[in-house]
Structures are given as C-alpha cells and as structure tokens.
Design a binder for this molecule. Sequence first.
Ligand SMILES: O=C(O)CCC(=O)C(=O)O
Length: 297
Amino acid sequence: MAQLLKKSVKLALVQLASTADKAHNLSHARTKVLEATSAGAKIVVLPECFNSPYGTKYFPQYAETLLPSPPTEKQSPTFHALSKLAKEANAYIVGGSIPELEEKTDKLYNTSLTFAPSGELLATHRKVHLFDIDIPGKIKFRESDVLSPGNKLTLIDLPEYGTIAVAICYDIRFPELATIAARKGAFLLLYPGAFNLTTGALHWELQARARAMDNQVYVGLCSPARDMQAEYNAWGHSMAVGPNAEVLQELDEKEGVVVQELQAGRIEEVRKGIPVYEQRRFDVYPDVSEGKIKFEG
Ligand SMILES: O=C(O)CCC(=O)C(=O)O
C-alpha cells in the first residue's frame, strides 16, 4: 500500500504573541514564519485568530471579506500577506484563522486560509463547531452570539506529501471529523486553536493525543502565546503529536516555534503494530466516513 505521507517533511507550529495592531501582527507573523522555513519547515501553521485579539467583540472589528475570491487588498490584507509570504517562504501556509465577513449575507465566520508555495489559495475552512461553553465560575464563551458555523470538512492535497485536514480549535472535540479525514487518507490533522486556562489544562493535550491515537496519524495544534493582559488568556502549549499518540514536541505558554520532522513510513509502522485499521467491525456499526459528507479543499 502507498504511504500516506509520501516523503518526510518538517512541520512548523508558530505560537505567536499577537497584539491589537493587525499590521504589526502580520509583519510579526512574517518574521516568525521565515524563521521556521529557515529551519527547513515546508508546512507552517499559524494560530487561531492570529492577527487580532480573541473575543466575540473583536470579530466584527477585525473581519475581512474573502469573497469573491481572490479579494482585493483592501477587502483582505491578510489574504494577500499570507499568499505573498507562502511564495517568499516557499512553503505551505495554514493561516491559523481570521474573522471573516460574508458581505452578501452579513454573516461572520471564523475562517482558515491555506496557501501553496506558489501563493495560490488551496482551501478555506470555516469553523464548523462554534465554541459555546459555560463552566460556572470558570469560563463562559458564546461564539454563536456573533459567528455562523461553516458546513464543510476540509481536506487539502499537498502533491509532494499527501493529504492534510484542517479544522479550528473547538472542532477538535468532535472526533468524527478527524476519523473521516483519516479514513479519507489524511496523514496530518491540523488545528489552529486557542484553548484557555480552564479547558487547556484539562483537555488540550488529551484531545491532541486522542485524535492521533484513534486515527494513527500526525496531529498539530497551534495556539497563540499567552497574554495575561488580554481578556482571553490562551493556553499556549502548541504541540506536534505522532501517530502513536506520543507528544513529539511541545512549547510552554510563551511565544515560540516548533519545527518537527514527520517521517514517511511511520504511520504504516504504527498501524502494523496495532492494526485497528484492519480490525474495524463495520458489520456491527456504520463507517462514519461513508455516505453524504460535504468537503471543501
Ligand atoms: O474546546 C475548548 O475548550 C476551547 C475551544 C476554543 O477556545 C475555541 O474554539 O476557540
């Protein structure tokens, strides 16, 4: 059987310290992405809401318009900055996420853009599961007060390497997405995300390792750096996890960059050792990757 990851590749997770100044955030992201690609990274991931503070009140203020595609520079400076940067860095860039305004409907989305080394837009993922939680005395957050959900899974073909899947933060809590992506052949699941001090401590690593373990694939989580002056305190701890659910590298809460080599053949080695891939009992329960599934990529 062909290897899911066709050739070994270095993945970078860029844990950025962002500010309220979008232009600064974009130029700072450029510096850190170029640092990662100088270290050999060919797939570079930015955090959720990497060019604005994170919070429902900021989404309308920082939103950019992406449709029709390509947008003008004025509609989306981030689109153009990332496209140019992918070309300059000669790498795939999974551009974390930004708030998106769809002008036609006046709806806001939490949206991730992925660019090829040519600068071409490869895929757009709108966060499918909105972050609505209420843990008394700890944290209440309702993205659905201002955002609308996306309605597609995002699988992206990187011709030299294979297929990756991109989803955003809270999406990681829905294992069906990951399982479908893995069963469709993804070697890597990427989640730009901004967990917090409550759920980060509880579930960040657990979710990353669980998605890797269930599916025997690589997983990358990319968070903003923690800012205790901000209203929302991100957990940080961006991490790369291997197909045997082992944490390969993890940052602390400060700004930093993870560069991790993903090895061709490793997924198959893990699946040979623990062959759940061949042991599934679709005669007993349905295969979630079959049937009507909406994709974007
Ligand atoms: O799932 C969580 O605990 C955090 C999710 C989150 O922060 C987000 O979706 O932005």
